[in-house]
Each structure stands twice: as structure tokens, then as C-alpha cells.
Design a protein around this ligand. Structure first.
Ligand code: ADP
Ligand code: MG
Length: 542
């Protein structure tokens, strides 16, 4: 039964071709080092088995060893092809006589295949296989029936034989091709997964190490991603925040605006910038500026909105400060103008007063001393208000203290506060910008006065520290500063007052640092605060 033999041969042939492919898929996908040699030997072994499986039909012997030879040549190269051919020929010679056609046939095939290999190196293996099979058919026809006169009259035998080998070639190359295709798909998939993983880890790295808040909102307004920065910026755990309604964390005044904005982004595919306040876990509000970007899904509908939000509280404060300082400088200029306008009539009044002295010398003295005070205050206001270039000069700290106190006296009197000066003997000469040092004393004294709602004494003392410097200290009887706040004094915008700027002490620190000095605070709640400023003296007092 020739058909059964066909089937048995082809099945065993398929199995033998599949075995190395299956093994390779289990072991590794890396190309083998000695593929030609090992492949050639294995193909040779297959050819031995195929010769063993050959069957006879009316005296004509059929086997498909040439199918494996063609496949070895096209898929593994001439090296493997030659090894296969030698093993197949040796087996063939061992099992039957009539050596000449077999030897000549194999030689011709080897020569033809090697030549064809040179010219088809860059062709796909399937195409090469088809060409090799075609050439094989031609050589077969020329040698077997024509030259060696084997079964020349029984054309059907030869056709059956060639068809048999052809089927083997087709089955074998189908198996190899499908396997290679699978490997290619798997490798491409793995490569894609690797690239995806790499880019994902890169984005994750950025998202997880930024202090900005990165969030992804879905169409149903749920938050499908929140960067870990939410935890340290807002104080909530990410899963906890994901479960919360947006309206709970967003400021009630801005919730409606936020929802309307989101609606617009989802519906109109618009990018948008928003500002809103979010509630920190401990209850305070933080201002954010947020950029919202719509992300389209596969069907062109907006599926997500990516929000990148930044804490802008500090920026807002800085803007406010700028506005405030601009206002202050205008007020300063105005005050300087007013002071100037007051001084002129003052001079006239003083002149006339001296001219028309009354009999009562006490009244005269009083009037003149009061006028002098007004004059001093206006002079101080003029020097403070005028913008001046910084110019370091020698000055006596004593004078600066006295003048500052003079400037603040009217205000202090109104609030029931007395300044008590306790100045040591000697000159306290320092190299300084007079107005700046005056500004420091003004800020400190104003804070002290603001802390003393019920009036009291402010003691200002000046003494040398026996270390080439001097200490100016201000002791008030105000409300005091809690211990935990002491280290934060001098930080910009740090204030405990409702209408404070938190800039006074910052400016003091800056100025004192420029003058190579230092500030120390000691305070007791309910009793008062002591501020000590140390400054280097030009000449140590002996
Ligand atoms: P501001 O006066 O605008 O609040 P400052 O920088 O001058 O800003 O002061 C910062 C804070 O330090 C004040 O808000 C106040 O709470 C505290 N402070 C400074 N000096 C005193 C003082 N003598 N007594 C009590 N608190 C003080
Ligand atoms: Mg202040």
C-alpha cells in the first residue's frame, strides 16, 4: 500500500524535524554556536532513518532522504548540507548496490546546490528551498531515467518519487517556518514588553520623585492615579485620598469652579490651568496651581485628565510681599514729603517764638523743646523715607539708639509704654549703614510695643562684651514667644500676628549679618522677651 508508506514516512519525517524545534523552544532562543555541524549531523541521522524507512513498489525504491538534504542546505547552509549528503550517501551505499548513479547524483547535487547557495544567500529560506527542489528535480530527471536508464519507461515512478520528496520538503519547511514565525512574534513581544517596562519605570521614577502633585482623573471623576507626593504635601495616604470625594479636599468656594472646569475639559478636549486650595490633613489650606491635560482614548473620546499641580503658597506670599513693599515705599516717600512740608512752617514758628519770648521762661522752654522734638522726628522720617545708596560710615550706636527711641516715643506714650535707657559709659563706634541699623532697632522696638498690649517698660541697654564687640539688648514686658517658635524667628513670612508680614525680623537678621553681628532671643510666656544683638566695635572699649 504505497499511500500508507507515504503517510508513515512523512509522519516520522515531520516528527524528526519537529524534535529539535520543540527542544529549542524549551531550552533557549539564543542561536546555537555550532549550528552547522550539529544541524548537519542531526539531518544526517534523519536521512539514515529515512533510508531505513524506504519502501519498494514494483522494484522501485522510494525514500525522502533528499527532502532533508534540501532543507539542511537552505536552512542551515552548505556546511550542514555536505555533512547530511555524506551521511545519507554512506547509508544508501551500505543498503543497496548500484552505487554509480547514487554517487554521481549526490556529487552533482552538492555541486549545483553549493553554486546556487552562492547566488541565493540573501534570499528567504522558503524561496531558496523552492529553487533547490527545482534544481534537484532537474538533476534527478537528467541522471536517473535519462543517463542511467533507470525505469526509463515508467514515468509514473519518477513522478511519484519527486512528488514524495516534494511533499517532504513542503511539510519540513512549513514546520520550520511556523516555528521561526512563532519565535519572531515572541521575541518582538518580549522586546516590546521590555521597552514598555523601561519607559514605564522611567515615568514612574519621575512621577514618584517630584514634589508636584500628579493625578489622573477618569471620566467617572474617580482618581485612577495619585503620585506619592500627595502623601507628604497633603498629609493623606494615597488610597485614602483616592476614596475621598473631591469636594471634601477642595475649598468650598472653588469646588464648583473645579467641577465645571473638569466638565469642560472632558467635553471640549481643552487644556486648562486652574488655581484652587486643597485641605491638608491637619486642616490648613494650601494654594495650588494646576495644569490639566485631556487624554484621548481609542475611540477619540476623552478618557482621562492628567493634572499636574504645584504648591504656590510661597509664591503668593512673595507676590503679596512685593505688593506690600511697593505700598510701603510709596508711603515712605509720602511720609518724607509730609515731613519736609512740616519742617518749613516749623522753622518759621520757631523763629517767631524766639522773637516774641513771653515772660514765662518755663513755657518758652517747653514750647521750644517740644518744637525741637517735632523737628527731630521729621528729620528722622526724612532720612528713613528717602531711598539712599548704602554707605558704610562710622557711627556711635548710642546716638542711633537715642534717635530711634525719640522717633518711637510719641507712639509709645500713646500706648502707655516707657523706654528705659541703660547705656554704659564710653563711645560705641561701629562701621555701619546708620539707617539700616536704625531700621533694625525700629523693627525690634515695634514688635516689643505690639507685644505689650497693656503698656509697661521696655529696657534698652548697651554695653561692651569684652570681646571687641558690644551688645544691644531690648527687654520688654510683652506676651513672650513660645519656645517652639524661637528657632523660626527671622524666617521670611513667619508671623503670629493676624496682620503681620513676618518680614521685620527677617530684615533685621539680614542687616545684622551684613554687619557681621548676631541676634539671640530669650523669652518667657507672659513675662516678656529679651533680644540681644551683638555687633563688632571699631575700637574695643577699655
Ligand atoms: P510681624 O511683626 O510682621 O509679625 P516680625 O518678623 O517682625 O513680623 O515678627 C515675627 C513674629 O515674631 C511676630 O509675629 C511675633 O509673633 C514674634 N515676635 C517678635 N518680637 C516679639 C516680641 N518682642 N514679643 C513677642 N513676640 C514677638
Ligand atoms: Mg514686626
Amino acid at each position: 500500500m504505497i499511500l500508507l508508506d507515504y503517510i508513515v514516512n512523512l509522519s516520522i519525517f515531520s516528527l524528526l524535524v519537529s524534535v529539535p524545534l520543540i527542544l529549542r523552544s524549551f531550552i533557549s532562543h539564543k542561536p546555537l554556536k555550532d549550528l552547522h555541524l550539529l544541524g548537519g549531523i542531526y539531518a544526517g541521522i534523519i536521512s539514515v532513518i529515512l533510508v531505513g524507512l524506504s519502501f519498494n513498489e514494483q522494484g522501485y525504491s522510494y525514500d525522502i532522504r533528499y527532502a532533508i538534504l534540501i532543507l539542511a542546505f537552505s536552512y542551515l547552509g552548505p556546511g550542514a548540507g555536505v555533512i547530511t549528503a555524506i551521511i545519507a550517501l554512506a547509508t544508501r551505499l551500505a543498503v543497496s548496490e548500484n552505487w554509480l548513479p547514487a554517487v554521481i547524483g549526490v556529487l552533482l547535487i552538492l555541486i549545483a546546490f553549493t553554486v546556487i547557495h552562492r547566488y541565493t544567500q540573501h534570499h528567504k529560506a522558503v524561496r531558496k528551498t523552492a529553487i533547490l527542489y527545482g534544481v534537484y528535480c532537474i538533476i534527478y530527471i537528467i541522471t536517473v531515467p535519462v543517463i542511467f536508464n533507470v525505469f526509463r519507461d515508467s514515468l509514473i515512478f519518477h513522478l511519484q518519487y519527486l512528488l514524495f520528496v516534494g511533499l517532504g520538503v513542503i511539510v519540513g519547511s512549513l514546520l520550520i517556518e511556523s516555528f521561526e514565525r512563532l519565535i519572531r512574534i515572541i521575541t518582538a513581544k518580549k522586546q516590546m514588553e521590555k521597552t514598555l517596562e523601561e519607559s514605564e519605570s522611567k515615568y514612574r521614577l519621575i512621577a514618584e520623585n517630584t514634589s508636584d502633585l500628579i493625578a489622573v482623573m477618569d471620566r467617572d471623576r474617580s482618581l485612577s492615579y495619585l503620585s506619592p507626593s500627595h502623601e507628604f504635601v497633603l498629609g493623606y495616604e494615597v488610597p485614602e485620598l483616592q476614596k475621598m470625594e473631591v469636594d471634601i479636599v477642595i475649598h468650598p468656594d472653588e469646588a464648583e469652579n473645579f467641577q465645571a472646569g473638569m466638565q469642560r475639559i472632558f467635553e471640549n478636549n481643552e487644556r486648562m490651568a486652574m488655581e484652587f486650595r486643597l485641605k491638608h490633613r491637619d486642616g490648613h489650606w494650601i494654594e495650588f496651581e494646576s495644569r490639566c491635560m485631556p487624554v484621548e482614548g481609542e475611540n477619540g473620546v476623552i478618557e482621562h485628565v492628567v493634572m499636574i499641580s504645584r504648591d504656590i503658597s510661597e509664591r503668593k506670599k512673595a507676590e503679596e510681599f512685593l505688593l506690600q513693599s511697593e505700598k510701603l515705599s510709596i508711603v515712605g516717600e509720602l511720609a518724607a514729603g509730609v515731613a519736609h512740608e512740616i519742617r518749613n512752617p516749623l522753622t518759621t514758628i520757631k523763629g517767631f517764638l524766639q522773637l516774641y519770648r513771653s515772660d514765662n521762661t518755663q513755657i518758652n522752654e517747653l514750647l521750644l523743646s517740644e518744637l525741637e522734638r517735632i523737628e527731630n522726628i521729621t528729620t528722622e522720617m526724612l532720612t528713613l523715607g528717602k531711598p539712599q545708596a548704602i554707605q558704610m560710615d562710622t557711627a556711635d550706636l548710642k546716638d542711633i539708639i537715642v534717635k530711634t527711641v525719640e522717633l518711637l516715643s510719641p507712639q509709645a506714650n500713646m500706648n502707655g509704654i516707657q523706654f528705659k535707657l541703660n547705656i554704659a559709659y564710653g563711645d560705641f563706634l561701629i562701621l555701619c549703614e546708620k539707617n539700616q541699623i536704625k531700621q533694625v532697632f525700629l523693627n525690634i522696638l515695634k514688635n516689643a510695643m505690639e507685644a505689650m498690649g497693656n503698656g509697661g517698660d521696655i529696657e534698652i541697654s548697651l554695653k561692651s562684651n569684652n570681646d571687641g564687640g558690644c551688645i544691644v539688648s531690648f527687654q520688654d514686658q510683652g506676651c513672650g514667644i513660645p519656645d517652639e517658635f524661637l528657632p523660626r524667628l527671622g524666617e521670611p513670612f513667619y508671623t503670629l500676628k493676624e496682620k503681620g508680614t513676618g518680614l521685620g525680623l527677617m530684615i533685621c537678621h539680614k542687616i545684622i549679618k551684613q554687619h557681621h553681628g548676631s541676634i539671640v532671643y530669650k523669652s518667657k510666656i507672659g513675662e516678656g522677651t529679651l533680644i540681644e544683638i551683638t555687633l563688632p566695635l571699631l575700637k574695643a572699649i577699655t
